[in-house]
Ligand binder design. Structure first.
Ligand code: GLC
Ligand code: GLC
Length: 812
């Protein structure tokens, strides 16, 4: 069964049945002010930080699920219904939800009244706009009662769910004209408030939740809506809400637009009040003025769409396969922007209070985002690097609001530093801007410790070689990328966090082959950078370290048919044929083959063949095999998951591209592309009932072959999967890869492809790339020409700005 379909022309996913297998959500907002919105209008908004500046309440893990959002109720005398079906769940005559690029349109129709709501956050605006279009589609006059509803969160989403003894006494609102202001704690330590308004006269309102909903009712049947009469309640403590009441009359065929604005304001400390106890509303009124007509709102939506046109025009493919085109041109790029903005903080699987911006996560997200908005990427990578410690280690996470490292989580994840090299070099390769290397960047957010970004990279590189174990391989620390492989944790206390506990780390021999591969791969980028900067001594030193690492991997990290995963605390092998469970892992085999370690000796081919044989399944590549079936205290969280889920033999989509990329290094385009299509949303649209999560974005994990229901996905949206699949398809399969000195073109595609066309904007000029594959090979470039001039090699050098070039590539 299908619940919707893609509309490529409008770049929307169209949901036609509200009862999707799971809430299918979208993200509004692009910078500073954000919202999550489901296909039935559930969700919430926040300013910058989903934990500290939550505007409205959302109850995760509620029954029914996805309860709480921006709801509009229509009471037509006979029925009470919502345009998004929920929460009343009154059957609609028609329903449609269109999730587009940072906007969502939900339309419901019942008994001759149609209600369409457009939700979006305009560019550079701290507010969500909700434009409601009410139409009379019947032949008779329609009179009905219209209610809005929004429940305020008391800002800190964590204490909002815990500290009721205080919360029930602090809530404060102000009502002026058609605007309801939420000003809890503004009197003392906060200089921000929120507001919810509508651009028309209202005939009443409510601001107290229990009065509006009723203590024994629910969002499905609020008593005020049933009664058809607001009470003009004024909240004092308890749970403040904002509900407008509007009486509507529509002639046959008539339509009316209402513009609701849910906004956030910050005032200067000495400018907080209009008069005693009355908040200064100037800034809110400015925003309301900007959006007080439907025309102004439509213009703002057009601006948002134009913005997305620019973003998505940087890389566009015409491959002849709609599925690939919509992945590459629309949805994968869109998801990359979302992960860049949110890291792993707020989704329907991440509560917004758990995690901030991850060091490793955000650097990897940058890989998928940097071409869209290089300036923002530049600032981001500086923010990330500022949380590094002087020894090269770093805070594992930082809060977006303060940009400061999170002390509760701390550091000690030994892969983290290498990802900074990825972040910085990706930025330079895309933009050509080497000046970032001279930028003075703090350590531990302390300006007095600032050093150049280049030094941050050197220190990152050195962190690995300063922390080697007995096999001359990198010590793993708390964990590497797989933060469930906790080799120094040894926890038998369920109240301990696997990620932050080290009960046994003194004298640890736990080493990671994944970090080893990562070090070789990005170490080479570092070397190239040093050479470009004329730092030949440093380049030679680094080369020597990389060579030594390659040697150690071949000597101590090869298991005969594939690369080992790790050595544990005691120095025992993990991911070896000698193990009973977890004989082979994806990560080390991905990174070591990406880095072509032992390629001449046939190691890469053997390793990837083993991955194919042991880890490949119908729905993607599982992380390890055989799955762990009992708890191994010396391995930690990985062995706590039931077999087939998450890091224990789930299809962890983030790491599948590492194998795809490894395959392209071997030149096996058919296998690489087959892996790509197995997990690519547009290619598995037909199994949406099994897949469960949104069919337009990647999920972190798909249940593996050992699971109860293989193929069922979880943890959609916020995952490094987005960036890595985007990199795998664009840079390695299509083979169009930013490099320090230009753009490399070296595709690795299925043999049967005749070719493809890509339009790539790069460093201020446009390349119209036409790849032809007359001899049906997977890899190998015979000739490249730029405007009919044949070049030597596969690097398109930096060209003159503001021009278009025809690049012809012949494979063979
Ligand atoms: C999660 C984390 C990421 C980690 C991955 C694998 O997605 O956000 O940091 O690398 O899981 O464990
Ligand atoms: C673990 C998850 C992993 C995640 C980590 C974050 O429970 O399995 O994916 O990265 O928690 O703390």
């Amino acid at each position: 069964m299908k619940y919707g379909h893609f509309d490529d022309a409008t770049r929307e996913y169209v949901i036609t049945n509200p009862q999707t297998p799971f809430p299918w959500i979208n993200y509004l907002g692009n910078k500073d002010f954000f919202s999550l919105i489901s296909n039935t209008a559930g969700g919430y908004s926040f300013y910058k930080d989903a934990k500290f500046r939550r505007l409205n309440r959302y109850r995760y893990n509620n029954v029914p699920m996805d309860d709480g959002g921006r709801y509009f109720y229509i009471n037509d005398g006979e029925n009470i219904w919502n345009p998004g079906w929920k929460p009343s769940k009154t059957e609609l005559d028609s329903y449609e939800c269109r999730h587009g690029m940072n906007y969502t349109k939900i339309k419901g129709e019942k008994n001759g009244i149609s209600a369409e709501v457009l939700f979006f956050v305009p560019l550079n605006t701290w507010a969500e706009i909700q434009k409601v279009t009410l139409s009379n589609t019947s032949n008779e006059v329609k009179k009905f009662k219209f209610f809005s509803y929004n429940e305020w969160a008391l800002w800190n989403a964590a204490s909002d769910m815990e500290n009721f003894q205080r919360n029930f006494s602090t809530g404060e609102v102000e009502i002026e004209d058609s605007v309801i202001y939420h000003k809890t704690e503004y009197r003392e330590r906060r200089n921000h408030f929120a507001y919810y308004s509508v651009n028309t006269n209202i005939q009443g309102f409510d601001t107290d939740r229990e009065t509006f909903v009723g203590l024994y009712n629910s969002h499905a049947n609020p008593q005020v809506v049933s009664a058809g009469k607001p009470t003009n309640s004024h909240a004092h403590g308890w749970s403040p809400i904002a509900s407008h009441y509007i009486e509507v009359e529509l002639q046959p065929g008539e339509s009316k637009d209402l513009v609701f604005v849910l906004g956030y304001v910050e005032n200067d400390e000495d400018d907080k009040w209009e008069s005693k106890g009355i908040i200064n509303k100037t800034k809110a009124k400015e925003v309301l003025e900007r959006f007080n007509t439907a025309q102004k709102v439509d213009a703002a939506l057009a601006e948002l769409k134009a913005y997305w046109d620019t973003i998505l025009n940087v890389f566009t493919i015409d491959s002849g396969d709609d599925r690939l085109d919509r992945q590459v041109n629309i949805w994968n790029q869109y998801q990359c922007m979302i992960t860049f903005n949110f890291s792993r903080s707020a989704s329907y699987f991440e509560s917004g209070i758990g995690r901030g911006m991850g060091f490793r996560d955000s650097n990897q997200d940058l890989l998928g985002f940097v071409h869209q908005a290089p300036k923002r990427a530049r600032q981001r990578v500086i923010d990330i690097a500022s949380t590094q410690f002087l020894d090269g280690g770093c805070y594992h996470q930082y809060q977006p609001l303060t940009k400061r490292g999170n002390n509760e989580v701390g550091g000690g994840f030994n892969d983290d530093p290498m990802w900074l090299i990825l972040g910085v070099t990706s930025y330079i390769k895309e933009s050509g801007d080497f000046t970032i290397l001279d930028e003075m960047v703090p350590f531990d957010n302390d300006e007095s410790l600032a050093q150049s970004m280049f030094n941050h990279l050197t220190i990152s590189f050195n962190h690995v070689i300063n922390n080697l174990g007995p096999n001359k391989l990198p010590l793993i620390g708390r964990a590497d990328w797989n933060d469930c492989l906790n080799l120094n944790c040894f926890s038998n206390d369920p109240n301990e966090s696997f990620q932050t506990t080290e009960n046994n780390s003194e004298g640890s021999k736990a080493e990671s082959l994944m970090i080893a591969g990562l070090f070789v791969y990005y170490g080479r980028d570092y070397i190239e950078l040093c050479k470009l900067l004329g730092k030949s001594e440093e380049a030679a030193r680094a080369q020597n370290e990389v060579d030594t690492m390659v040697k150690s991997i071949k000597e101590n990290g090869w298991d005969g048919q594939w690369f080992l995963r790790a050595y544990d605390f005691y120095g025992n092998k993990i991911g070896s044929k000698e193990n009973e469970e977890g004989k082979i892992f994806i990560e080390s085999n991905g990174w070591c083959t990406m880095a072509k370690i032992g390629n001449d000796e046939g190691m890469c081919k053997k390793a990837l063949d083993a991955v194919k044989e042991r880890l490949d399944t119908k729905y993607g590549i599982v992380l390890n095999n055989p799955a762990y079936t009992k708890y191994h205290i010396e391995m930690g969280e990985i062995s706590t998951y039931p077999a087939g889920y998450k890091e224990n033999a789930g299809i962890f989509c983030h790491n599948n591209p590492w194998i795809m990329i490894g395959e392209t290094e071997l030149g096996r385009g058919d296998i690489a592309y087959d892996y790509y299509t197995k997990i690519s949303p547009a290619f598995i649209e037909d199994i949406q009932e099994l897949h469960k999560t949104e069919p337009y974005v990647y999920s972190q994990m798909i249940a593996g072959k050992d699971a109860f229901k293989p193929g069922e996905a979880k943890n959609s949206w916020l995952t490094g999967t987005a960036a890595w699949n985007y990199a795998a398809i664009t840079q390695h399969i299509l083979g169009i890869k930013p490099a320090f000195k230009g753009l490399e073109i070296n595709p690795c595609i299925p043999k049967k492809w005749d070719g493809f066309k890509v339009k790539r904007k790069f460093r201020g000029y446009t390349l119209n790339i036409d790849v032809k594959n007359p001899n049906h090979v997977s890899k190998g470039v015979k000739q490249i020409s730029i405007d009919d001039n044949v070049i030597i090699g596969d690097l398109i050098p930096v060209l003159e700005k503001n021009k278009e070039y025809a690049v012809k590539v012949v494979m063979g």
